[in-house]
Design a protein around this ligand. Structure first.
Ligand code: GLN
Length: 309
């Protein structure tokens, strides 16, 4: 059974919206604090191009940690699987996304996985390009291809706000640089990372990216291969094991779809072989996931039996 109409989704959004009251909008990146706590939106993108949506779907938000999925794909395309996983692990962590604790217990300071900040910084450090501008341009091109939306760009206000306050991420970088896990100038890496996190999308864009991943990296509407199938598979598997930070286990049980969240309140999800999901709800739970967004996905998954398990 498929969710076919906006009305079907609308009912779920209306039921889930009350949960926005129980969370908080992130404000450790000051510009994110301006989001509307009660916003909630969802879009489903099907392989045939059909898109159903409900809630505040026109709202734009920044990718934040959702970008980690895309930089991982790009870094593997650039460096190959072996080189990437020489520097970043494949194991989930029970720690928060910005934790530094495990770096000191791993030798040589190799982050556990690419979905936590330390791992994502290592991944971003591996993107090819002669300048930050060129590296960011390559990431944007990938996103334009996946979304079929060439208007997508960086929200410079959010990027600047994070750049000015990213002291914890800087400390992760300096620690890893000392241990030879990252190379080059930390400030340049933080500049690129904060820009990648500030790429602005809608939940429809996320749903379309999810749909291409669900279809093994090929855009079914243009029939163009955007990501090699093996790389799409790696990325989807990380979404299952690490995509919702230290709530990934509970999310797998309650929702059962590969997903990745970000502190702006975005969640990208997918149901192989043909559905992409995009959610926006900036009110977050204590683990940094969209509180109403997770609830909404739980309702959706139960009603339409979307769990991949
Ligand atoms: N830009 C954010 C940070 O590094 C991304 C974190 C997130 O979305 N969980 O803190």
């Amino acid at each position: 059974m498929y969710c076919e109409t906006d009305e079907d989704l609308c009912e779920l959004v209306n039921r889930a919206r009350k949960y926005t009251e129980y969370g908080k909008v992130a404000n450790y990146i000051p510009a994110l604090g301006r989001a509307e706590q009660s916003d909630l939106a969802i879009a489903l993108y099907y392989k045939d191009g059909h898109c159903v949506k409900a809630g505040d779907v026109e709202k734009k938000f920044t990718l934040q940690s959702v970008s980690k999925v895309l930089t991982l794909a790009l870094a593997i395309m650039d460096q190959g699987e072996e080189e990437v996983f020489r520097k970043v692990g494949m194991e989930p962590t029970g720690d928060p996304f910005n934790s530094i604790a495990k770096l000191e217990t791993q030798i040589p300071a190799k982050p556990l996985n690419p979905m936590i900040n330390a791992g994502a910084l290592v991944v971003t450090n591996m993107i090819e390009g002669r300048s930050t501008h060129e590296k960011l341009g390559r990431l944007l091109t990938l996103i334009h291809d996946l979304t079929n939306n060439s208007k997508i760009d960086v929200d410079h206000g959010v990027a600047k706000s994070e750049y000015e306050t990213a002291h914890l991420n800087r400390s992760l970088c300096y620690y890893m640089k000392q241990h030879g896990v990252i190379t080059g100038e930390v400030e340049e890496l933080i500049d690129l990372y904060t820009r990648q996190c500030a790429i602005q999308v809608t939940c429809i864009d996320l749903a379309r990216i999810g749909m291409v991943l669900a279809n093994k990296g090929r855009d079914p509407l243009s029939n163009r291969l955007i990501l090699p199938e093996g790389i799409a598979t790696i990325v989807k598997t990380f979404m299952v094991t690490c995509g919702m930070y230290n709530a990934s286990g509970e999310f797998a049980i309650r929702v059962g779809i590969p997903a990745k969240s970000g502190v702006s309140g975005g969640i990208i999800g997918l149901v192989p072989p043909n559905i992409g999901v995009g959610v926006y709800g900036p009110s977050l739970n204590e683990k940094g996931n969209s509180i109403a967004g997770v609830k909404l996905l739980e309702m959706l998954s139960q009603r339409y039996q979307l769990s991949i398990f």
